[in-house]
Structure formats: C-alpha cells, structure tokens
Write a protein that binds this ligand. Structure first.
Ligand SMILES: [Zn+2]
Length: 88
C-alpha cells in the first residue's frame, strides 16, 4: 500500500537561526505525530523524523519507537515543503 503522509497540523518547536536547524512537530492525517529535524541552507532538508508516542505506529502498530518513517522521509519532506510554502 502506498504511504502518502498528509500533514494536518504543524507547529514550530525549535528554531536556531545560527545553526540553521529547525524542529517542527507535525500531526498527520492518521493522527500520528512526529518531531521533524530540519536544516535550511537555503533549501529545507528533512534530516530525521521521530514519532511521538501519542498513538501506536500506523504502519507497524508498535507503541514504542520504530523506524517505519525512515523509509518515507522523502515523502514527508515533500509534504512539509508544500505546507511551509503555503504558510509563507
Ligand atoms: Zn512503525
């Protein structure tokens, strides 16, 4: 099954203009939440996404940390770019 993450909510968690490192907490349409670690220099680059443990992983159903999203970082990054551009 294709995985197409949709961000329904996004908030800034940490901004460091000096290091150009940014953290956002996003909620996806499956209700899972992730903390995104990004750099911007000048293009946004999604480096990692840590799932917050608000619900079991929608992909593997574990309620502890898993690596499922690591395989989909490119899709999540594309979705993030769409949202951040819409906000600008
Ligand atoms: Zn998982």
């Amino acid at each position: 099954m294709a995985f197409n993450p949709k961000i329904t909510d996004m908030e800034v968690s940490d901004i460091n203009d000096k290091t150009q490192l940014y953290q956002y907490v996003v909620t996806l349409n499956d209700k899972s939440k992730y903390r995104l670690f990004l750099s911007k220099n000048p293009e946004w680059n999604l480096q990692a996404a840590n799932r917050l443990l608000n619900i079991p992983c929608p992909m593997c159903r574990k309620d502890y940390y898993c690596k499922c999203m690591d395989k989909h970082l490119d899709k999540l990054e594309a979705e993030f770019l769409t949202k951040i551009e819409a906000q600008a």
